[in-house]
Design a protein around this ligand. Sequence first.
Ligand code: P6P
Length: 347
Amino acid sequence: MPSSNSGQITTIERHILDQQHHYPDASGALTNLLYDLALCGKIIASKVIQAGLMDVLGKTGLQNVQGEEVQKLDEFADETIFKLNDHTGRLAVMGSEEHDEIIPIPKKYKTGKYVLLYDPLDGSSNIDVNVSVGSIFAIFKRKSPEGTPGTLEDVLQPGRDLVAAGYIIYGSSTMLVYSTGQGVHGFTLNRMLGEFLLSHPNIRTPEKPKYYSVNQAYEPYWSPGVLRYVRYLQTGEGEPEKLGLSLRYIGSLVADFHRNLLNGGLFCYPADRKDPKKPGGKLRLLYEAAPLAFLAEQAGGAATDGRQRILDIAPASLHQRVPLYIGDKKLCEKAEQYIQKYDGAGA
Ligand code: P6P
């Protein structure tokens, strides 16, 4: 249950500023970048809640780099995040699920010391049926020299080097959940005030998981290790007692992740043989798996691709996909054990 935080009212701005005190050499750029992302969340939320009323439903007739139909809200969210961040002088470069290549800062603006990666509206196929969707962001420090245009190398960093990550979930309420490496904190948007207020300080994922989340329809395409692992999630084989997990799968990553973060559970999108073009599963490393893995670990959980820690994976490309097992730490470890045992050393 969200904490009343002993009656105190803490806005996200105040909280971000307080977080800055942990970094004596902080210039305030990261603080302001997080403010700007909170504002993006408010703007996108204002459109998402009207989705049924305004001409923002339906398709644009365009396809994104993933070959997926681009929903109008996808475009709006992508443009909002870009336009609020391209001129601030805080970023060296951006990367978005909606753009094939990295997005340079327009030449007329100064570049800054941070790199922003984002999935502007993940799960957008659910918008028309009123299922919660989310924006995911990941922030690195640039590696290329200050004052020069950002590069692909600035973007292709392992998640362990993240300085901040978070998501905004547009559901029954709009929440922003973020971490700068000092724990995970959740804020709920008070629409009257137009403020994100601290509602979930220091989120820790529960010791006892309640749910497992997987698209069971892909079972015919899983490896022996994955099959045995999912069977373990269902039966608790080898454990002194049943795991007692329920299956919950919304098909919207942020919604599935958020529920499991708060109530305890394991989300997985394993590698499968369903689509030869996506042998590593569907989810992307840089702006989905890695930022959520950062949060999961900060909240006492874990995230693996079935063989290694997500945060240790060095990205080879902007839209690289990875299998993802994320949430309860013990269940993540079990995934690696089953895959190691039944699929061998593998690639
Ligand atoms: P599937 C939504 O399209 C998404 O990218 C994630 O939000 C979600 O977890 C996943 O795809 C669902 O994929 O193959 O189960 O429909």
